[in-house]
Design a protein around this ligand. Structure first.
Ligand code: SAM
Length: 216
């Protein structure tokens, strides 16, 4: 049940310095969000690629988010000048995003190997759907980017259908993705991505841009 999740009434009421201790409150805002970050492999990879950007992983499972927290703490101890820009928060990403993030705050959102919820009755638990996409569009900056990758073809098609149908998202053609250094990291950085590789599974990528509200 969700009654055990603490969440702020407003993004500014959250004590972000708890997650990013070297920052003064309000100095910087989270710009990259890894939704369902699992064991945190993407955060660890992107941390040094984008040292100026704050990144946050959201993870609903206690043990997994505790693991990521310990992992980041250990990395900060080993490399005192690094990994200050990454953190993890245990929450239900399907519920509280506008409590944590301002409108237009995020530059990038990641949905890497999300839980497939195969059964039709469980489709409402899929992390991408019509209603949630409007919430993601709210917290994303114009021109912000949504990255999705999965080994489940049916889920890939589901995500593509919903993103295609949403007026505030536009797919980025594969040709244009070649210049984005993040894209190649989506395949192998995370623990789930590595597992799919070990099992010789296929991977399906879809990347979208948050377009402007004008005229919608
Ligand atoms: N992205 C990671 C990776 O590629 O290794 C993890 C993939 S794993 C299959 C999906 C993760 O999403 C799980 O760790 C799960 O606990 C988390 N998750 C599922 N629903 C969530 C929600 N509503 N809010 C936050 N995390 C969620």
């Amino acid at each position: 049940a969700d009654h055990c999740f603490e969440y702020p009434a407003h993004p500014d009421e959250y004590d972000w310095s708890e997650l990013y201790p070297i920052l003064k409150q309000g100095e910087k805002r989270v710009e990259f969000l890894d939704v369902g970050c699992g064991y945190g492999g993407l955060l660890v990879t992107l941390s040094s690629m984008f040292p100026e950007n704050l990144m946050l992983g959201l993870e609903i499972r206690v043990k997994v988010s505790d693991y990521v927290n310990d992992r980041i703490k250990a990395l900060r101890l080993q490399h005192p000048d690094q990994y200050q820009n990454v953190a993890v928060l245990r929450t239900n990403a399907m519920k509280y995003l506008p409590n944590f993030f301002h409108k237009g705050q995020l530059q990038k959102m990641f949905f890497l190997y999300p839980d497939p919820h195969f059964k039709k009755a469980k489709h409402k638990w899929r992390i991408i759907n019509k209603w949630l996409l409007s919430e993601y569009a709210y917290v994303l900056a114009e021109q912000g980017i949504v990255y999705t990758i999965t080994d489940v073809k049916d889920l890939h098609e589901w995500m593509v259908t919903h993103l295609d149908e949403h007026p505030l998202f536009e797919r980025i053609p594969e040709e244009q993705l070649k210049t984005d250094p993040i894209v190649e990291k989506l395949y192998e950085s995370t623990e789930e991505g590595q597992k799919v590789t070990r099992n010789q599974g296929e991977k399906f990528l879809a990347v979208y841009r948050r377009v402007s509200d004008n005229g919608v």
